[in-house]
Structure formats: structure tokens, C-alpha cells
Design a protein. Sequence first.
Length: 249
Amino acid sequence: MYTAVGAIVAVLFLFLSSAVKIVREYERGVIFRLGRLVGPKGPGIFLIIPLIDKMVRVSLRTVTLDVPPQEVITKDNVSAQVNAVLFFRVLDPNDAVVQVQNYMEATRQIAMTTLRSVLGGFELDQVLGERDKINLQLQQIVDEQTDPWGIKVKNMEIKDVKLPTDMQRAIARQAEAERERRAKVINAEGELQAATKLGEAAAIIERNPAALQLRYLQTLNAISAENASTIVFPFPIELFEWLKLAKKD
């Protein structure tokens, strides 16, 4: 008798343990009853019918999905390896389970193919300098394609762009040439401004000879500030003319 009671208790325990389900706040349990979709349940505790109901647990948290490096040929025929990261979450657990076999792997494959196709329409300079524009286009395309699966793509961003060694050298040479060009332009602009100012100063001195004498005295003052300096003052030509006039008188 005790053996029968024990067996009944064990069966009831197994029945209750398989009937009672608990899902967390960020999860939902999609229930199938005899193969037909019942719908999601949770969060919290609920009961299912053992051997008749089957539960598939689905997480509603944001998933960070690494997109493996893809061999990409840009619009200007440059080969590069590009990887990315994708952020998405499940909005409809029913569609995520029913509409696609494995929504995680399917989303990864969509992201990989989209990355190759989108970057193939941009030149290398755009891929390197217009990340925000490309990221937005990637996010919109992947989100549109995964929407029937109950998935919302929040963001997709390019992580790294690896170029061949010869292309890296070419970009470095181009950047160096650009820096040299800018330096020459800045130097030429400085020379032009200096020449313009000197021309203006010469015109002012030509109209006012006294300004040249003041500049001359300022220069002498600056030279005399140095120690052990010998200064030779030129004899003004005007004084010789004054002396000649005085002798005639």
C-alpha cells in the first residue's frame, strides 16, 4: 500500500513540476497545444498541460549580435574586410517562433548580406568618412527585412574596416601630400599678406620721410640693448648740404 501511495505521489510531483512554469520579466513563454499556437504567457508563474502543451522560451531583451568580417568590394573596386555590430530585440514572440526557424541565425545572415550589398554601392572614401549615413541605411534595410519575424532592429554600426597593405600605403601617401599642399598654401598666403603689408608701409614712408627716421631710431634702440655692441651712426647727407650753404653765406 505504501508503495502505491509513493508511486502516486511521485507521479503527482512529476506532473506538477512539468505543469508549473516560471518565466522572468524579460521573457515570454510561447505555448503550443497539440501543435497549434496558443500564444505567449508570462511573466511570472502559470500552468501548462503536460504532454499536451509545449513551451518555447523567448527573450525580449536587446541582443548584441556581432556580424563576422565580410569581404567587400567598394564602388571604386577597392577590396576591404568590414565587420559590424547589430542591436535588436524581439517585439512579437509569436512571430519570432512561428515565422522563422531560428530568428537569431536568420538575423545574422540578413545582416551579413546587407553589409556586403550596401557597402558595394559606396566608394572607399565614403565608407571611411560617412559612417553615420551608411549605418542608418544598414539599420533601415535590416529592420525592414526582419520586421515579419517580430524583430525590431535598433541600430547597426560598422566596427572596423581593414584595407590591404598597399592600399594603406597609398592612403598614407595621399594624406602626406595633402598636408604638404596645405602647408604650401598657408605659407604662400602668409608671404602674400607680408608683401601687402610691406607695400603699404613703403607707401606710408614715401609720403612721410620722418617715419623712416623714427623707424631708424627704434632700430638703433633695439640694437643698443645688447651688451658689447658697437654702433656706427651714418653721417647725414643733409648736414653736408647745410654746411655748404653756410660757407657760401
